[in-house]
Each structure stands twice: as structure tokens, then as C-alpha cells.
Design a protein around this ligand. Structure first.
Ligand SMILES: Cc1ncc(COP(=O)(O)O)c(C=O)c1O
Length: 333
């Protein structure tokens, strides 16, 4: 059954909470997580999707009841676009790597999207001959520009602006300007360039730390920049990054377990990568206020976590039962 999504839901995008991870904070080094799964469609990508759709509406590109939005994505952008488009009256086709979790595919279908699957890596690769999802989305949309619109999060500056205009200002306000280190995983680079640029305009000494996935990874939403070249959107503002960290599957999944045990949080894999990087960074600083983007929660990853022995089925269910900060979902899993 397709979920019914009311137009007002888009007003709930952004203004996500920042929570202190008290069991990790010390007197001098503070750990904070920005819980992006409080966005109505469950991830940080609601912001980029909404900004790109609003931008296309402003430019007169989208026509209600006629336009089809098509996008290559490893999941969260697709969920966000499908949800927002169905709220606003557009049809959606999503091109995904077949390896994304079954839960993600079910959510997309439940939100009314048509799926095209490719044998790509988890994150569509950018670069000649390697970008099946992107190439397929372009091949479908190019011959019918009158119907299809491809926002293209890898090049669209509205993706950057979403974070420059919302995520960055929110973090600045929520930490009352005390933030010293900003951490996020990178896919398109929208989150890091938008948030990082805004924060540095407020205080240029804030460190902006980019997290990439290891090669051959299982960290949905992230990218390894040796396997796959830098998206155009990221290249434009690469200079905002102060340092790079590479998250392994193992360290990221250990951090997922640790967050469940010590903070009763059920997080997605990329939040584990961010947490592992914050723990590592904390070892080398005397004082700081660290804020990490927790891009999505763990409810889409039951099958992955059980398959990879991160949690047994019973452990997962217990973590889910006890989890703090899990809002009601706008869609069925
Ligand atoms: C779970 C998750 N974490 C982090 C990111 C990184 O976001 P960005 O595309 O803004 O670099 C994404 C993007 O898809 C994601 O899905």
C-alpha cells in the first residue's frame, strides 16, 4: 500500500535536535550529535531534496501532475525525494544500487517510487564507465526533458545551500557558538561544504573534518574517494575541509554497538563512522566542543546488522525497544 503523505509535512524539515553524548563527554571535551533522523523522511537528505525541489519549482521546471522526478541515489536521497514529491504531487523514479538494504527498497516503494536497480557499489560512483546509476538516470531522463527532471545532487548547488542555510545556522545557534570541531560523513559533499562554509564564516578556527568510507564498504550513504572520484558539487568547495578521516566497516559498526550500549541510541552505519572519528579525535585534543552529524537511525538496517553480526535478532529488538530519541516514522518499514 502506498503511504499518504500530507503537503504540510515539508514544513517539518530541518530544526533537528542536538543532543550531548554524556557518557563520552568529559569536563573539557564535549561530544554532541545532531540527530538528522528527526527529519520527516528520516535523514539528513530531506534538506537537500527539499531545497532542490523548491529550486526547480521556483525556476518553473516542475509541473504538478505531469513531471517525473528521477534521481540516482544510495537510498536516503531517494526516500527524501519520494516522500517530498508525493507530498507535493510529483511522480518519482529512483535508480539505486541493488545492494542497498531491503528495508530501504521497501520504504521507497511504499512512498510510491518506481525503482530501477543497477549492480553499482553502495554509493553510485562518479566517473567515466563506473557510474551506472547516474548513467541510467541520465539515459532515461535526457530524451524526455518535457517530463523528466533529474535534480542531480552531485552537481546541484541547492544541495550545498540546504546546509549553508539550515544545518550550519542551526548548529551555530544550538551550541551558542561554542562548536570547535564539526564532523560529517561524505557522499555528495553537500553536508560538509554547506555546513562547513557557514560555520567557518561564523568562526574561521572551527575545524571541519570529513569522513570517507574505507574501500569496499558497507556504510550506506558514504563514499570512498579513491574508488570513486569527487562529485563536482564537492570539488567546488573542497577547501573548506581541514582534515580527512577514513572510517572502516569494523570501527563504524563497533561504534554503532557502543552507542546502543552507552547511550541507548539506535544509529545507522554512517553515524557509527562519525562517532568512531569523534572518539579518535578526542584522544588528541585537550579541549573542544565536537558536533557530529548522525545522518539516519538504525531502523532501516535490521537485516544488515543481523547479517553482519553487529547484533543478534534478540539484541537488535532489545536495542530498538530501549532506544531513546526515535520519532514516529512517516512511512512503513
Ligand atoms: C547515511 C548518510 N550519511 C551521510 C551522507 C552524506 O551526505 P552528503 O551527500 O551531503 O555528503 C549521506 C548521504 O547520502 C547519507 O545517506
Amino acid at each position: 500500500m502506498t503511504a499518504v503523505v500530507k503537503p504540510e509535512i515539508v514544513d517539518r524539515i530541518g530544526s533537528t535536535p542536538v543532543v550531548e553524548l554524556e557518557s563520552f563527554s568529559t569536563n573539557d571535551v564535549k561530544f554532541y550529535a545532531k540527530l538528522e533522523w528527526f527529519n520527516p523522511f528520516g535523514s539528513v537528505k530531506d534538506r537537500a531534496a527539499y531545497w532542490m525541489i523548491k529550486d526547480a519549482e521556483k525556476k518553473g521546471i516542475l509541473k504538478k501532475g505531469r513531471s517525473i522526478i528521477i534521481e540516482p541515489t544510495s537510498g536516503n536521497t531517494g526516500i527524501a525525494i519520494a516522500g517530498i514529491a508525493s507530498a507535493l504531487g510529483y511522480r518519482v523514479e529512483i535508480v539505486v544500487p541493488e545492494k542497498i538494504s531491503d528495508e530501504t527498497k521497501n520504504i521507497l516503494r511504499n512512498l510510491g517510487a518506481t525503482l530501477h536497480e543497477t549492480s553499482d557499489d553502495l554509493c553510485p560512483r562518479v566517473g567515466a564507465g563506473t557510474d551506472q546509476s547516474i548513467a541510467l538516470a541520465k539515459a532515461i531522463s535526457k530524451p524526455r526533458p518535457d517530463i523528466y527532471y533529474m535534480p542531480n545532487q552531485y552537481e546541484n548547488d541547492a544541495n550545498f545551500l540546504a546546509h549553508y542555510e539550515s544545518t550550519g545556522p542551526e548548529i551555530w545557534k544550538q551550541t551558542e557558538g561554542r562548536i570547535t570541531h564539526f564532523f560529517t560523513g561524505c557522499g555528495t559533499g553537500g553536508t560538509i561544504t554547506g555546513t562547513g562554509t557557514f560555520l567557518k564564516e561564523m568562526n574561521k578556527s572551527i575545524k571541519v573534518i570529513a569522513i570517507q568510507a574505507q574501500r569496499n564498504h558497507m556504510l550506506q550513504g558514504l563514499r570512498n574517494f579513491e574508488e570513486s572520484s569527487m562529485p563536482e558539487l564537492f570539488s567546488r568547495r573542497m577547501g573548506v575541509v581541514d582534515s580527512w578521516m577514513t572510517a572502516t566497516n569494523g570501527d563504524s559498526f563497533s561504534a554503532v554497538r557502543l552507542l546502543a550500549k552507552k547511550e541507548n541510541l539506535l544509529v545507522g552505519p554512517s553515524s557509527g563512522s562519525v562517532m568512531a572519528s569523534m572518539i579518535e579525535t578526542a584522544k588528541g585534543i585537550d579541549r573542544g566542543v565536537m558536533v557530529g552529524i548522525f545522518a539516519d537511525d538504525g531502523r532501516k538496517f535490521r537485516s544488515l546488522y543481523v547479517k553482519e553480526n553487529i547484533f543478534s535478532e534478540n539484541e537488535y529488538d532489545a536495542v530498538l525497544d530501549n532506544a531513546r530519541h526515535l520519532p514516529k516514522l512517516a512511512y512503513a518499514l
